[in-house]
Design a protein around this ligand. Structure first.
Ligand code: SAM
Length: 442
């Protein structure tokens, strides 16, 4: 028999219907859920109200005053258990922001999470995402337009947000006064601001933010210090580390992983050692021409001609393009610059696959012998280079697919971090940190 809790939680958390939820709806949901897991005495103590008031709120005979709701909601949120619900496919809930094609999601589903909200505004990325991930929620668009009240409660927030400079000039002192968190003024107008406003409102137990390595040095280090300060201001303990994809796949791809926990936890990036770099090389991801290339129903012959055992000829560079790339590189070499194409061989580790790969493919060109022009990777090979399994479907054009994989993450890198985060999500919920405003209960 399903308990009341089991029926209540998913209905509210997963439906994601976009009828406007009010802060009172959030309060009622959190109160009901807290009462599933804690005694009335515990809940009234944490809210600082007497049990009779609590009872009236529970049966909706009365409700808290509006100005106190925020504090009550925060403290109720702290009481909620680390989600464990048999009606979810996962043991914790996460949201997937700037979701792209779901590379970060892949790793967090693997460690037992259930995705309860997705935002990605590019319709082609949405198409790939929808084809590969089964959702009981729809994929939302522009995150800047989404009200936090429409985002379900969750344990973990995931975001590979685009890096933008913060222009903090012109912030008046007056503006800054009276704000609980500095990010309001320092990051306004950036997508990081949206990440912060969601963290502020939803207080997930943890988050993982992913970005390019240069985030640390961007704008002479100012960008990163604003990011770190903003997250710490929001009450989180922050850890970060640059990890190279070459530990797992044959691609140098250095990305910063920023992890935050609301509670004091013993998180340690070093807890699990990384495999040595370069153990996997291009031969592990290139199409096999010895007859062993698997035939994938969803790819058919799109990338590989299984009868002739060769990559489709359209991926070989035309004479014109190869000549151009070759001459361009020679010109720069003569001047002592290192610019140019990157040829890869079976034992190579490739350069970083970029979102511009569709243009000429120059950063990773597969050597095909002295008599033949090199070729680009096929989108399937790009998927493998990013750690996506062959079951991952590619329902968009090659151009779109190159962009999507070039924007994505090395799934194995995220898996590594997700596994280190997983035990930390189990720690006991602590006492509320924010003092409640007194004399506000009705
Ligand atoms: C660096 S990519 C992240 C890719 C993702 N981690 C993955 O594994 O595919 C950033 C994504 O954010 C999306 N994006 C940028 N601005 C957005 C916005 N305002 N609302 C929603 N998505 C946005 C882009 O379309 C892009 O797919």
């Amino acid at each position: 028999m399903r308990t009341w809790c089991q029926t209540f939680y998913p209905a509210n958390m997963k439906s994601n219907n976009l009828a406007k939820r009010t802060e009172y709806d959030v309060f009622n949901e959190r109160l009901s859920l807290a009462l599933c897991h804690r005694t009335k005495a515990e809940v009234s103590a944490i809210l600082g109200v007497n049990p009779r008031t609590l009872r009236r709120w529970e049966v909706r005979q009365s409700r808290p005053e509006y100005h106190a709701l925020d504090a009550y909601n925060r403290n109720l949120q702290r009481l909620l258990p680390f989600s464990q619900n048999e009606n979810d496919s996962g043991s914790f809930r996460f949201i997937d922001l700037f979701a792209g094609i779901g590379g970060i999601r892949a790793a967090f589903e693997e460690i037992g999470g259930a995705c309860v909200f997705t935002s990605e505004w590019d319709s082609y990325a949405q198409k790939t995402y929808a084809e590969n991930w089964s959702n009981s929620h729809r994929i939302e668009g522009d995150i800047t337009k989404i009200d936090v009240l429409d985002i379900p409660d969750h344990d973990v927030l995931l975001a590979g947000f685009p890096c933008q400079p913060f222009s903090i000039a012109g912030v008046s002192k007056k503006n800054a006064l009276g704000r609980a968190h500095g990010f309001h003024d320092e990051t306004q107008g950036t997508l990081f601001f949206d990440v912060c406003r969601i963290i502020e409102a939803k207080e997930p137990r943890a988050f993982l933010l992913e970005n390019v390595k240069n985030l640390v040095s961007h704008d002479k280090g100012k960008t990163f210090s604003v990011i770190k300060r903003s997250l710490e201001d929001l009450g989180y303990n922050i850890y970060y580390r640059v990890i190279d994809g070459a530990h797992f796949v044959p691609q140098h791809r250095e990305r910063i992983m920023i992890v935050g926990f609301r509670e004091q936890v013993a998180f340690d990036f070093e807890a699990q050692s990384l495999p040595a770099k370069g153990q996997r090389t291009m031969k592990d991801i290139l199409h096999k021409t010895d007859g062993s290339e698997p035939r994938l129903d969803h790819d058919g012959e799109r990338f590989f001609d299984h009868k002739k055992n060769r990559v489709q000829p359209k991926y070989t560079l035309t004479d014109k393009l190869w000549e151009y790339l070759y001459n361009y590189a020679e010109k720069h070499r003569a001047k002592g610059n290192g610019f140019g194409y990157g040829l890869v061989y079976p034992d190579s580790v490739a350069r970083t696959l970029s979102a511009r790969y569709y243009k000429d493919g120059s950063e990773i060109l597969v050597y095909q012998g002295a008599r033949k022009n090199p070729r680009r990777l096929t989108p399937r090979e790009c998927a493998r280079l990013m750690g996506f399994p062959d079951s991952f479907r590619i329902p968009v054009s090659d151009t779109r697919a190159y962009k999507q994989f070039g924007n994505s993450v090395v799934v194995d890198v995220v898996r590594h971090v997700a596994k280190a985060m997983r035990p930390m999500l189990e720690v006991e919920v602590l006492q509320p940190e924010l003092p409640l405003r007194r004399g506000t209960n009705t």
